[in-house]
Design a protein around this ligand. Structure first.
Ligand code: 8YV
Length: 329
């Protein structure tokens, strides 16, 4: 008899068809938003689940899902899943690393450039009919080339962002829990490790690419924003909650930093309404990995992990290997 899986969100039809070759599938191609109870009820009845960063897979759900053997996230970040609780419950957890590094780095650059050079603000201004004549000081922004780039979180995506800065003749500072190996620092445009305070104080453009955890909650709050240059920009493509949104809104409103670009928010998709009234912030709906090939690669990767997990193979992106060694439930 085929094992049963649940796909929590709409997905590429080809991926659904592939999974249906192996499993009895409950899909959600209508992309309904389930309540926590509805989600728990569905997951408790299956052997495996394919979820996205929007589904919270907590300890209670995992403990109650006695049939469940694998939760496969279609995201590299996995702060939506309680991995320790999954390990205790004997549930394998996987993510989708690497396939999105370059696309996400591209988007980090797009956002950084957009806020430094006021691209979206300019378009809104033009569409509102304000462009009646050329002026020397219309919508002046900050240069990106030749500036100092500060990267907080120097994993694979951070390094891909740094590599791109070579063509812009930038100095790269980075802050990370651990220093990169010297050869990786060289590849990352000779990036130099510095403390968080020095980075915030010295960088012209700060970009956040670190994973979210209780330890990284509000890595950027009022005190950190106060260290930044008034001319600096802040870009967040990591996770909501890494920045204190209320503190950022105050800093943007009072022009204590020049501008920000945000792809992620606390409580997204319900972003703080005060962001909408600010002209010096670029806002996008969590789309840093959203190129067609990359989203397909992420879906394929998640499906591949799920097939492996439920057919007795080791999933390539297993986050809790301790659990694969346990007896099958
Ligand atoms: C996803 C992401 O689009 O991979 C991640 O961690 O943040 C994005 O690429 C999002 O989490 C949906 O699962």
């Amino acid at each position: 008899m085929k094992k049963k899986i649940f796909i929590a969100r709409a997905i590429f039809p080809e991926v659904l068809d592939r999974l249906a070759e192996y499993f009895e599938v409950e899909a959600n191609q209508a992309d309904r938003t389930y309540t926590a109870d509805e989600l728990a009820a569905r997951i408790s009845g299956v052997d495996g689940a394919l979820v996205t960063g929007s589904e919270r897979i907590g300890a209670d759900l995992l403990a109650a899902s006695t049939r469940l053997k694998a939760v496969c996230n279609m995201a590299v970040g996995y702060n939506n899943i309680d991995v320790d609780a999954a390990t205790r419950a004997g549930v394998m957890v996987t993510n989708t690393p690497d396939v999105l590094n370059e696309t996400t780095a591209d988007f980090g650059w797009a956002l950084m450039m957009a806020c430094a050079r006021r691209v979206t603000e300019s378009e809104h201004w033009l569409r509102a009919g304000n462009w009646t004549k050329w002026r020397y000081d219309t919508l002046l922004g900050a240069d990106v080339h030749g500036a100092t780039l500060g990267i907080v979180g120097m994993g694979r995506i951070g390094q891909a962002i740094a590599r791109r800065s070579l063509g812009f003749d930038m100095q790269v500072l980075y802050h990370n829990r651990s220093r990169l190996a010297p050869e990786l620092e060289v590849r990352a445009n000779n990036a130099r490790w510095v403390g968080k305070e020095e980075l915030l104080h010295s960088a012209d453009h700060v970009i956040l690419v670190l994973p979210y955890s209780p330890q990284t909650h509000h890595t950027i709050g009022a005190a950190e924003l106060a260290l930044m240059k008034p001319s600096a920009t802040l870009t967040n493509i990591a996770r909501g909650g890494i920045v204190d949104d209320v503190a950022l809104i105050a800093a943007l409103r009072e022009r204590r930093i020049a501008a920000a670009a945000l792809d992620v928010f606390e409580n997204e998709p319900a972003l703080h309404p005060d962001f909408l009234g600010l002209s010096n912030v670029v806002l996008t709906p969590h789309i840093a990995s959203a190129s067609e090939p990359t989203r397909r690669a992420m879906a394929d990767c998640a499906a591949h992990n799920l097939i492996a997990a439920l057919t007795g193979a080791l999933p390539p992106n297993l986050l809790n290997p301790a659990c694969a060694q346990k007896d099958a439930k």
